[in-house]
Design a protein around this ligand. Sequence first.
Ligand code: DTR
Ligand code: CA
Ligand code: ZN
Ligand code: ZN
Length: 446
Amino acid sequence: MSQTDRRIRIPRRTAAVAALALAGLVATAAPAATAAPATGTAASAAAPDIPVANVKAHLNQLQSIATANGGNRAHGRAGYKASIDYVKGKLDAAGFTTTVQQFTSSGATGYNLIADWPGGDPNQVLFAGAHLDSVTSGPGINDNGSGSAGILETALAVSRAQFKPTKHLRFGWWGAEELGIVGSKYYVNNLPAAERSKISGYLNFDMIGSPNPGYFVYDDDPALEKVFKDYFAGLNVPTEIETEGDGRSDHASFKNVGIKVGGLFTGAGRTKTAAQVQKWGGTSGQAFDRCYHSSCDTTANINDTALDRNSDAIAHAIWTLGAGGSTEPPSGDTYENTADVTIPDNGTAVTSTVNVTGRTGNAPAALKVGVDIVHTYRGDLVVDLLAPDGTAYRLKSASSGDSADNVQTTYTVDASSEAANGAWKLRVQDTAAQDTGYINAFRLTF
Ligand code: DTR
Ligand code: CA
Ligand code: ZN
Ligand code: ZN
C-alpha cells in the first residue's frame, strides 16, 4: 500500500457523514447529502472573509419584507414567516438540510429554522444561532436582522468553500425571542438529552451591527470567549465582556441545560461612555443603538464596520471551532497519512505511519495528534501514539460502555523527550468482538 504520509501546510480533508436526523422536527428540505464531495476546504484552513455587502443584501431583503408586511417581522405576523422563507430558500439552494419547527405562543404559530451542513462528527455539533423575529414596532434590522444575516452569510460561505469541518455544523434562526426566548426554549425543551449532549457549543449573535457600536464578547465559557477575543485582538480592536444580556437572548435557553455558550454583541439601549469612545470611536452619552425596539431600526440603523467585523468573527469561530479545537487551529507544520488501514475485529493491532523529516531537536510539549478512525463501536478501541524510538503514549483506552461511532479528535501529547524526526506511528487495536472500522487518517502538527 503506497504510503501517503506527507508534510503539508494545507490542512486536512475529512470524510463527511450523513446529516443528523433531528428529533421532533419536520424535514422539508431536499434530501441531505450522504457524503460531502471529495474536494473542498480542509478543516483547519483559515476562515474566508465574509463580504459585508452580502450581509447587507440580506438586511435589504429583510427590510423589504417588513415594509411589505405592516412594517415589522414580528412573531405571528406575515413578515416573520416571510423572513423564514427567505432564509430557508437561501440555505436549501446552498445544500443545507433545513428543518422548520413549529410552535405556538400567545395564540400564534411560531417557527424555528434549523439548518445542518452535511458531514462532520454527529457527536460533536457546533451550533450558531440568532433570533429572526423583530418587535412589532419596527423592522428589527439590527435587532436582530444583523445576527440573522451574519450567520446566514457564514453558512453560505461554508457552502461556497465546501468546508469539511471535524465537527458537525448546525445553524438556527429562532422565532418569538422578543416574547421571551420562546422559540429557542421550545427547541431545547424538545431536544432529547442524548442530542443535547452532542452540542459542543452554542454561539449566539443578537445585535451585531449597532450604529454606535461596542464590541462585547459573552464570557459564559472561557474557551468560546477566547476564540472571539483572539480574533478581535488580531484586528487590534479591544473588547469588553458582555454583561447586559444574561438571560436576555437565546443563548440562555442552551446555557440553562448545561450547554457551553458564547457570542457577540454590539450594544442596545445603554449609553456609550467616554472611555468606550476612546476604544471604539462613536458618540459618548449616546445609546449603542438609539433605535432599539423602535420603528427606526431599519437598514439605516447599521454600522457597516461593526457588521463586517462581527460577521468575519463568526466565520473565524466556525472555522476554528469546527476544526475540532476550542482554541486557534494548530499552527506550524502538519504531517499526515491518509491511507485507510483496516482494523481487524477483536484482533491484532495495526499502525499508520507518518515519517517526520527535516526538523531539528525534539518534538514539542504540546504535540497535536489528529486521529480519524471510522468505527461502529469506539469503546472497542485502544489507541496509542508510538514515538520513533518505540515509546508508547496512550491516547485512548477501551471502554465497553462507549457505543458511539468513530474516534475523530485531536489529542495533545507532551512529546518533548522524543526526537522530532523519524517514523511516528498510530497504533490501534480492536479488543472486542463485533463492530469494525478503519484508520482514516493520522496527523501530527508540530
Ligand atoms: N437583543 C435584545 C436582547 C438583549 C439586550 N441586551 C443584550 C445583550 C446581549 C444579548 C442580547 C441582549 C433583544 O432581543 O431584545
Ligand atoms: Ca468581511
Ligand atoms: Zn429585541
Ligand atoms: Zn435581539
